[in-house]
Design a protein around this ligand. Structure first.
Ligand SMILES: C[S@@+](CC[C@H](N)C(=O)[O-])C[C@H]1O[C@@H](n2cnc3c(N)ncnc32)[C@H](O)[C@@H]1O
Length: 369
């Protein structure tokens, strides 16, 4: 019933639905989905909600809230998420939280070697400011034949930039690995980028149905350029020290993409980190072991939370097998993207999802502590 009430409240306070229609439709929904017995209470609660507008309710609920509590309430975020942003951003927190409430425009990516961005621009798309492969498209992407046949995909500019950073780091020549590839957006860009060095990419994904999505994302490339397997990154199906470049785009809280999934902020819980962080650590360690000495690993999250970004990297650095590569230097065209030696993108600064990217180089054997 709480979900039904939330839907009704959203219509009353955040949409231009007339009160009688919002209340009527929600009561009908409650009666159908839950039972006639709740119709009266749903009607009463929503009539009460309708007595004020959004500002009126925010004033009422703010009460004695101050500082971060007030900011979280007014920007429609749980306090733990506002706190995680504040730890990284300080004074910019309000702007970042507000940016989560604006829906992003659709960004396309051309798969290098298969399509030119100029063709998208000629069709009416707007080039992205930083990624040379991106273009903003206000129409339905599937109207474009190149999207339908896999030469162009839909991908946030931030995801494009972290894949680009990995491709630009100095590394030996050799095959590349995408350890957590589903649904395949970054893998598709990596395959295109790897092709210019005539090397192939192995894309691994634990869940078979997501591995099939990866295969579909890569379908426009020739079979000798890409290999897709359903495999658990924690039990590698390949030999150690095999890859020149490895992407570990690990499962995370997704706090960096809240503008895309507005409801996720209420579904995610801080305690989800208890399971995610050990998995992220284990996956990053596998990624490092999979790289050849001198090879590079990109550790990527779609979250700025310190526990799943800097702290995971710090734990792996303490193992002594890798050194940090200055990631912001690999993306000189992106201003204000440095979080120490790591890249941190933000919706309010860059118009991208809040992607984090650390680039690590595996030390030559014998150099490890
Ligand atoms: C953040 S998503 C990757 C997004 C992808 N790189 C892209 O750009 O489309 C993380 C993926 O890791 C997968 N995953 C989770 N645990 C894994 C494991 N142990 N081994 C390999 N993949 C795993 C999840 O199923 C999910 O598809």
């Amino acid at each position: 019933m709480v979900d039904v009430l939330r839907l009704g409240t959203h219509q009353l306070l955040a949409m231009r639905v007339p009160t009688h229609a919002a209340v009527g439709a929600t009561v009908e929904l409650a009666a159908g989905a839950i039972g006639e017995r709740v119709a009266g209470v749903v009607n009463a609660v929503l009539r009460k909600v309708a007595q004020r507008d959004m500002e009126g309710w925010l004033d009422e609920l703010s009460g004695r809230a101050r500082g971060l509590d007030l900011l979280a309430l007014r920007s429609h975020h749980p306090v733990w998420i506002a706190r995680a942003f504040e730890e990284v951003l300080g004074d910019e927190t309000e702007a970042a939280l507000e940016a989560d409430n604006a829906s992003p425009r659709t960004t396309l990516v051309v798969r290098p070697g298969l399509y030119e961005r100029a063709e998208l621009v000629a069709a009416g798309a707007e080039p992205t400011p930083y990624s040379p492969y991106g273009a903003v498209w206000d129409g339905n992407p599937t109207e474009l034949a190149a999207v339908r046949d896999g030469r162009v995909g839909v991908q946030d500019e931030g995801s494009q930039l972290v894949a680009l950073a990995l491709s630009r780091a100095e590394a030996p020549l050799g095959p590349w690995l995408d350890l957590c590839a589903g649904p395949g957006g970054k893998a598709a860009l990596l395959v295109g980028l790897a092709a210019s060095s005539r090397v192939s990419v192995l894309a691994a994904e634990r869940l078979p149905h997501r591995a099939r999505l990866v295969a579909s994302a890569l379908r426009a490339f020739s079979p000798d350029q890409r290999w897709v397997i359903a495999a658990d990154g924690l039990r590698p199906a390949w030999r150690e020290s095999s890859f020149a470049r490895v992407l570990a785009d690990v499962p995370c809280t997704g706090l960096g993409a809240l503008r895309r999934r507005p409801e996720a902020r209420w579904r995610r819980l801080e305690r989800d980190l208890d399971d995610l962080v050990p998995l992220q650590l284990a996956l990053l360690r596998t990624a490092v072991a999979s790289a050849v000495p001198g090879g590079v690993v990109a550790y990527v999250t779609c979250s700025p939370h310190a526990a799943e970004t800097e702290e995971v990297v710090a734990a792996v650095l303490a193992d002594g097998d890798v050194e940090v590569v200055d990631a912001p230097q690999l993306l000189p065209e992106v201003p204000n993207a440095a979080r120490g030696p790591y890249v941190q993108l933000w919706p309010h600064r860059h118009g991208t999802d809040a992607m984090f990217c650390a680039i690590l180089r595996r030390k030559p054997s014998g150099d490890a502590r």
